[in-house]
Design a protein around this ligand. Sequence first.
Ligand code: ZN
Ligand code: ZN
Length: 149
Amino acid sequence: MLQKRWRMTNQRKVILEELRNSKGHLSADELYMLVKRKLPNVSISTIYRNLEELAEQGLIRKLGPRSTQKRFDANVQPHFHIRCVKCGRIDDVPFSMLEKVRNAINESTSMVEKITGYDVVGYHLEFLGVCPDCQKKLEEKKERESYGR
Ligand SMILES: [Zn+2]
Ligand SMILES: [Zn+2]
């Protein structure tokens, strides 16, 4: 095959390292700010391209398309997410913790296929909430408002 062999370039390595170190689910813009500190000449389009390629290689996971900005995840193991409806932050919910949910979904799959006629290849489950930081901010805002009265 004439296909170019995929290489782990230094740029890709730095991007991957930053994503892994963040333990979070960063957007390309957020990663750009981090990577720029180590590679000052890097451009945002390079970040985008490399993120897409890392996702294609299965080294990271692309999250979305629900969030306004695409976020990337260094954790490629199966797990669920919880997303903050205020700031868009995403955290992991360990897969193992939700065995009942998993079993219920597995059991429902054949029923879903029968009803819809689809061949089910997966599912998307996301918890929504208000993250601890935003909860604190909301509390502070409430306090300020009550003082101002
Ligand atoms: Zn939040
Ligand atoms: Zn995750």
